[in-house]
Design a protein around this ligand. Structure first.
Ligand code: HEC
Length: 181
């Protein structure tokens, strides 16, 4: 082998060696990053499913109206306290806790959050009569869709109006002074 040849082989193996090392380092980094992002995805997927279940809870109730299905109905928050299934509410607060709070509690899906004055201000400006009308018959506004009666068509109108009064009372008690809650 000539001197030139052996020089070439030395340089060549050095280059190959460096490339191999770089490839291994990149592989390790990719595994590391992958392991971390993978974990996050699994978590957010669970959260996502949880959110969807909360969102559809009121409609789920609509689908089984007239039947009690305590194990299927995902009663939002305090609704679970009275036996799991949704009993017919009589006060606005009860209805809020059973149904309206699914969206208005955390303020999700574009719903004005209960107790959040700033979020409610543009709604209050429409006046109580419009708020009743939209709560009873549904409303497609600029931030989302308010389902008629929160997705429970078998609710008495008066109780839905009380739930509106209740939520309004949290941000502007004066507006619903003397009204049933
Ligand atoms: C599935 C989610 C969801 C549920 C359940 C829900 N709401 Fe809403 N609600 C919304 C959304 C979204 C808006 C905002 C619509 C907009 O302004 O774009 C809204 C708006 C409202 C408004 C303001 C309407 C207006 O004209 O500005 C009232 C009042 C209201 N809801 C009452 C209720 C009551 C009472 C219940 C329970 C019986 C209830 N909501 C349950 C999603 C929901």
């Amino acid at each position: 082998m000539s001197k030139q040849d052996s020089h070439f082989i030395t340089v060549f193996s050095l280059v190959i060696g460096t490339l191999a090392t770089v490839a291994i380092v990149i592989f390790v980094i990719a595994r590391y990053v992958g392991a971390h992002t993978q974990e996050r995805e699994v978590l957010s997927e669970t959260e996502y499913i949880h959110q969807v279940r909360r969102n559809v809870a009121p409609f789920e109730e609509e689908a089984v109206a007239g039947q009690s299905n305590a194990d299927l109905a995902i009663a939002p928050a305090a609704g679970a306290a009275n036996g799991g299934g949704l009993s017919m509410p009589t006060t606005g607060k009860q209805l809020f806790e059973q149904t309206c709070s699914a969206c208005h509690g955390p303020g999700i899906a574009g719903a004005p959050k209960a107790g959040d004055k700033a979020a409610w201000a543009p709604h209050l400006a429409k006046g109580l009569a419009t708020l009743y009308d939209h709560a009873l018959h549904g409303f497609h506004g600029s931030t989302g869709v308010m389902p008629a009666k929160g997705g429970r068509p078998n609710l008495p109108d008066a109780v839905v109006e009380r739930a509106v009064n209740y939520m309004v009372s949290l941000v502007d008690p004066q507006m619903v002074k003397g009204k049933p809650k």
